[in-house]
Design a protein around this ligand. Structure first.
Ligand code: BTN
Length: 323
């Protein structure tokens, strides 16, 4: 059950431009006006800055710089994404929490976010370093698509995160197929898509996002320093993670709505605008051969499109690429 405190934040968050009177809050929350006032004092102790105006009421003007369900909610401009938030201080993997939540009926757009993961998962059974000050989150989606279209959502996520980073930093990151987001050729963000499906229908999809935010270069060992980066390293300043998360959720929701309305073609166009090494020669290793071709873009199904030496476009669904 939602606490009075969480309800109070939710009401104030939905109207953060306008004042909510003590009378109205006491009616909505079914508590006395004195109790409303006490809750406001508690919020202030928690780092919220609250403006109280006689005859007008209360308004939150700043939330504390920490991730919590309350700080995420305050100022979140989405319609359906992040309406259910599961926040954990420490967890094995937000993907595991996501599977459990989805199997117990978590709704489309639920998000799971952790301050720290002790067993963060990357693609192809790799570990994902989640000790530093990054964003570690999972989005639960229930799209009406067959399982073979799930990879479109990985590409969609990359577009949304790229847009959010552009909005927050003015830097234009690149997307390395299928799911890495790069700045200055170093990995800033990884995306892990997992799903539960029946033969012709997805039950749910989990989009795991690992975004390096405030880690310094020294956070990583020498080997990782050459391939990983964070927003702090690229811009020289630290970021409020709840604000960044709100921007990611907003961009994700817009991109997803456009995908539902206009189809994958919309995502393909956006994705190709940010594609790392598009138009360049890349080296491809598949199960049986190794060859060099020109990276043309992605196909209508999200496969990598490469021009062979004979000039014909070839679709690759999985391959080891030397970029
Ligand atoms: C990759 O290999 O590039 C994908 C990395 C995905 C990491 C994120 S962090 C949040 C979510 N929980 C996990 O355990 N993994 C994903």
């Amino acid at each position: 059950m939602q606490s009075t405190r969480a309800k109070l934040i939710e009401i104030l968050s939905n109207n953060h431009e306008v004042y909510a009177s003590g009378q109205r809050l006491s009616e909505l929350l079914n508590i006395s006006r004195n109790a409303v006032w006490k809750h406001m004092k508690e919020l202030e102790k928690d780092g919220y800055v609250i403006e109280a105006k006689p005859r007008k009421g209360y308004r939150i003007i700043q939330s504390p710089n920490k991730i919590s369900t309350n700080t995420i909610r305050w100022g979140l401009e989405t319609d359906w994404l992040g309406k259910e938030i599961i926040h954990k201080t420490s967890v094995g993997s937000t993907q595991l929490v996501g599977h459990e939540a989805a199997q117990n009926g978590a709704s489309h757009g639920t998000i799971i976010i952790a301050d720290q993961q002790t067993a963060g998962r990357g693609r192809v059974q790799k570990n994902w370093d989640s000790n530093g000050d990054g964003l570690w989150m999972t989005i639960v989606l229930r799209p009406n698509i067959p399982p073979n279209r799930a990879s479109e959502l990985t590409l969609l996520t990359a577009v949304a995160i790229t847009n959010a980073i552009q909005q927050m930093t003015n830097i234009d990151p690149l997307i390395k197929w299928p799911n890495d987001i790069l700045i200055n050729q170093k990995k800033l963000c990884g995306i892990l898509t997992e799903m539960q499906a029946e033969q012709d229908q997805v039950q749910y999809i989990l989009i795991g996002i690992g975004l390096n935010v405030n880690q310094s270069r020294q956070h990583w060992d020498k080997q990782l320093q050459n391939i990983a980066t964070s927003l702090f390293q690229e811009t020289g300043h630290t970021f409020e993670k709840h604000t960044l998360l709100q921007q990611i959720l907003l961009q994700f929701e817009r991109t997803y709505n456009n995908y539902v309305k206009h189809g994958f073609h919309y995502i393909k166009q956006q994705w190709e605008k940010h594609a790392f090494k598009i138009g360049s020669e890349i080296e491809i290793t598949t199960f049986h051969e190794q060859w060099v071709g020109k990276f043309l873009g992605i196909s209508d199904e999200g496969a990598l499109l490469v021009e062979s030496s004979e000039g014909s476009p070839i679709k690759l669904y999985s391959a080891d690429i030397k970029w």
